[in-house]
Design a protein around this ligand. Structure first.
Ligand SMILES: [Zn+2]
Length: 159
């Protein structure tokens, strides 16, 4: 038995599919888990995941930079199930090339963990694309899409 029981678990989420939930109270600032996976380039990501064919966004990719993503679908862990929210309780922070999920506020036992995917966008996405990234987080500050707000220049999950 591990000395410390895990602070998170994966189960069905009301947002979509599986989600990650706190098994106990997690204090703000806690480093919860590393986002791990296979490092792949954009061409390989496109081969593995065809969002247009799938009709909606559904990948485990996390963009490290404009060329390289982590594919949590290969050699990944529970972190790949953390859903997007427009009013998240976690943040993904790059520390020397390693992505860690931190609690950005105190999370209650049983609460679902979320962070803002803030997918990069160039501003000329068509309606189909925007529909594919519809947000269902249900928070009051929901902006209606998983895509980043226009003008925001952030490197987050790859789309
Ligand atoms: Zn939302």
């Amino acid at each position: 038995m591990p000395a410390n029981p895990p602070m998170i678990e994966v189960r069905r989420s009301a947002i979509q599919g599986n989600g990650v939930f706190a098994t106990r109270r997690i204090r703000s600032g806690t480093r919860i888990i590393e986002y791990v996976g296979e490092l792949i380039d954009n061409d390989e990501a496109d081969r593995r995941y065809d969002d247009e064919a799938m009709g909606r966004h559904h990948t485990f990719l996390f963009a490290i930079d404009e060329e390289i993503s982590l594919d949590g679908g290969r050699n990944g862990n529970e972190s790949r199930y953390i859903n997007h929210s427009c009013d998240p309780n976690c943040d993904a922070i790059d520390e020397d090339g390693h992505i860690f999920i931190f609690a950005c506020r105190t999370i209650a036992q049983g609460e679902e963990l979320t962070y803002d995917y803030a997918y990069e966008r160039d501003g000329d996405e068509d309606e189909d694309t925007i529909r594919r990234y519809t947000c269902r987080c249900g928070t009051r500050s929901c902006r209606g899409t998983i895509l980043a707000p226009l003008k925001a220049k952030r490197t987050r999950k790859r789309r």
